[in-house]
Design a protein around this ligand. Sequence first.
Ligand code: NAD
Length: 300
Amino acid sequence: MTISFKDKVAIVTGAGGGLGKAYALELARRGAKVVVNDLGGARDGTGTSDAAAMVVEEIKAAGGEAMANGGSVTEYDQMVEMVAKTKEAWGGVHVLINNAGILRDKSFAKMDMPDFNLVLQVHIMGSANCTKAVWDLMREQAYGRILMTTSSTGLYGNFGQANYGAAKLGLAGLTKTLHLEGAKYNVRVNSIAPVAGTRMTEDIFPEGLFDQFTPENVVPAALYLVSEDAPTNMIIGAGGGGYHAAYVTMTPGVALRQDERTVEGFAAAWDKIIDRSGETVPQSGGEQSIAVMKALQALG
Ligand code: NAD
């Protein structure tokens, strides 16, 4: 089975280097027309360059179709304009990979709030801006595949990345609601948690591992998650040739009788509340509420 992107139009944000570039090259190789978005800044988000145009040249040299966009994902109007230009040129947008990102790492004690805010702006608002800019079009087309970029930091935490972790788990949350709102329109939304040797991680990887964790190892997962047969509402980890799923689970917990609903009663039930046997993966907030209601009804 060959997974093709022929006749598909894809936008990849932050595709001037690293993971985004690897996604863009492979999408184009598989037949997609690709918008390579990147303002070409440094790792902390400062400055600009023609990184996007260089990737477009590479795609064209290999016989693919691509156009560069130097807009910032933080500017909603620029993202709306990018989508309008794409539609005008190629008739639609079928795939959006929200990949652009920056780092402003510091322990929370030393972190300045403008650095906290900027990281949220680029990751959360950047992804929301681009997604909102394609959302109506994807609904009208009754076809859309959107990939958010989360991170192990968001899912599990990492010292010195409070801003980044908050933003990245937020993107998993955005995925979980947008997949519900998109389902009726064949718009599928997933998240990827990549691990790759890029300029973002060049001073973080332990010696010897940087070259093993190539962006190309993340590409199979990312492209599958935006393909025709993509799942929806998944969080997939990918790096160095390892692939796995991450879930937000719920323990069966307990339903306490009225007289047990005290701080002491809660403390006494603690081991049962956190016992993971029989845990489930609710597919919506509503499912979580229904599970709680059922447990309460069983109390009589
Ligand atoms: P990278 O620095 O090579 O790529 C990020 C790109 O985003 C850069 O080219 C940058 O110019 C662009 N960008 C930044 N701000 C932008 C803006 N406002 N508008 C448009 N483009 C902008 O790093 P990467 O490792 O390839 O990261 C890609 C994504 O993967 C990021 O969201 C990152 O947080 C995420 N991620 C990476 C890793 C990893 O191990 N490399 C791990 C977890 C998550």
